[in-house]
Design a protein. Structure first.
Length: 118
């Protein structure tokens, strides 16, 4: 019994997998850049008081979190915040180092959201 061999076929699985991963990474970067761009366009620097701090954990991922109080448009606000992107990572120790640099009760520069005009 012999098998018939035809012309060699190109295996496209590796290039397709690479294209999929490239698209996935590109999409994640685009989300990050959109959030950063919005923060750069619509936030203004202000002052806030640090009320509490923590390393927030969610399903094995971590991010620094700070409870801050700030005034915007004549109203006082309290919110858990750190950055505009709200990125999570799987490593806890770098987030602990960030949280350790801040002192509860101190005033720090922070960014307040400003609605676009028009």
């Amino acid at each position: 019994m012999t098998s018939k061999s035809g012309p060699p076929r190109d295996d496209l699985s590796l290039p397709l997998a690479g294209l999929f991963l490239l698209t996935l990474v590109g999409g994640l970067l685009a989300i990050h850049l959109v959030r950063e761009g919005r923060a750069n366009l619509f936030y203004v620097e202000g002052r806030c008081v640090l009320l509490d701090k923590r390393v927030h954990e969610d399903g094995g991922t971590y991010r620094p979190d700070f409870l801050i109080r700030y005034t915007a448009a004549g109203r006082e606000h309290e919110v858990w915040a750190y950055d505009a992107v709200r990125a999570w990572t799987i490593l806890r120790w770098p987030k602990e180092r960030i949280v350790a640099r801040f002192t509860v009760g101190q005033e720090y520069p922070c960014c307040n959201v400003v609605k676009p005009k028009g």
